[in-house]
Design a protein around this ligand. Structure first.
Ligand SMILES: Cc1ncc(COP(=O)(O)O)c(C=O)c1O
Length: 387
């Protein structure tokens, strides 16, 4: 069984028990009083923010973080939003939820959005780009920021799967006007369910806070901050102190987990590069150093080879996934939610890449023996396939 990456240590259990005993779950404590949610938001802003000041809101899901970002920017009916065809369905759902049209873009060998095609798909209706740092792989944020600037588009980063990842030393989620993170069960850190929305624009932060909990405007705690704020759409996205406190505890564990995941991935890659021919492509996004290290992707030359490799990894008990089996992660699976007819011929490039790529989960808990076991298995299996 897959081991979740996050850690729940004894201090976390003690602190959560104390909170439960206190029965003080509501995030608003009155003016000038700091809650667990406030503290988490401050800590998260500091965690991602050294290079740019950030404001954070903890809310009830990564999907709602995306919906809130789109609503805060006033994106709605008829507007187009560019997203990769390979992302979790929530990215597309958020766009459809606000009435806008998700325009799908192929990925390239980096396993992130193809920036050449991205630019070609811009029209007069395009309002925003949602680059998705899927599996912790960083998109080409230099190129995406350049395109957004030329065409006057917003960038909303989907960082659901890449909390703490970086591009050229800057945290993912801080390049766009909004960063949207998930804290659900299978993420690097988790509050059970949950999400975070970040921005460096204080006016947008106030608007997003209002959309996340419009009623807060009438209560004593946030009344002053929200007195001049309103929006055309409203959501109900507030969380309790339990998530706020759990978020703080999880954030403390984050650097340790990230360091171990990255080092495990680099060790694996080094072994493969030393022992295997360079016919094998190892997609690492656009910044191997900033990669979160949660996943190793291997792109083979033929689908049959990917299937053979999968069989041998399954047989040996490794957590492995041929990419095409990630059903919620491809545009051709979400035909029912797209407001137009999906055209598969436009996405054969992504289909071809995915049909030759295997995804291996890297575990934080791996021992030295586990690493030797997986690397020697991979090297043997790939050599048998002629690599
Ligand atoms: C890329 C991506 N975007 C958005 C989401 C949505 O997050 P949540 O499940 O917290 O709503 C997820 C969740 O898995 C995701 O992987």
């Amino acid at each position: 069984m897959f081991k979740f990456m996050y850690n729940i240590n004894d201090t976390t259990i003690d602190k959560i028990s104390q909170l439960l005993s206190s029965k003080q779950f509501f995030r608003y404590k009155g003016p000038e009083k700091f809650s667990e949610c406030d503290l988490f938001e401050q800590q998260f802003s500091e965690f991602i923010g050294p290079k740019k000041q950030q404001f954070s809101i903890i809310l009830n899901s990564g999907t709602n973080a995306l919906i809130n970002a789109l609503k805060s920017l006033g994106i709605s009916h008829g507007d187009e939003v560019l997203i990769p065809v390979n992302t979790f369905v929530a990215t597309a759902l958020a766009v459809v939820e606000v009435g806008a049209i998700p325009i799908l873009v192929n990925i390239d060998q980096s396993f992130t959005i193809n920036t050449t095609e991205l630019e070609q798909k811009i029209t007069a209706q395009t309002k925003a780009i949602i680059p998705v740092h899927l599996d912790g792989l960083a998109c080409d944020m230099d190129k995406i920021c350049e395109i957004a600037q030329i065409h006057n588009l917003h960038i909303i980063e989907d960082v659901a799967q890449a909390i703490g990842g970086e591009f050229k030393g800057q945290k993912l989620g801080t390049f766009g006007i909004f960063g949207c993170y998930s804290l659900n069960v299978d993420k690097i850190i988790s509050t059970g369910e949950g999400g975070i929305l970040t921005t460096n624009d204080y006016e947008l932060y106030k608007k997003a806070f209002y959309i996340h909990d419009p009623a807060a405007k009438y209560g004593p705690t946030k009344k002053e901050m929200l007195k001049d704020t309103t929006a055309n759409s409203r959501g109900f996205m507030r969380v309790s102190e339990i998530q706020g406190l759990l978020g703080q505890q999880q954030l403390q564990e984050r650097p340790k987990i990230l360091k171990q995941l990255r080092s495990n991935k680099l060790e694996l890659i080094n072994e493969l590069r030393t022992n295997i021919s360079n016919k094998l492509s190892i997609p690492c996004g656009h910044d191997i150093k900033g990669d979160c290290g949660t996943t190793l992707h291997l792109t083979l030359n033929k689908t049959e080879e990917m299937i053979e490799l999968s069989k041998s990894l399954f047989k040996a008990g490794f957590t492995t996934m041929p990419m095409p089996t990630r059903l919620a992660h491809y545009g051709w699976q979400w035909k029912d939610i797209l407001p137009y007819k999906f055209k598969l011929p436009l996405f054969l490039e992504t289909l071809d890449l995915s049909a030759r790529t295997i995804r291996i989960s890297i575990e934080y808990h791996w021992t030295k023996e586990d690493k030797i076991k997986i690397t020697s298995h991979l090297v043997d299996a790939l050599k048998k396939l002629g690599y």
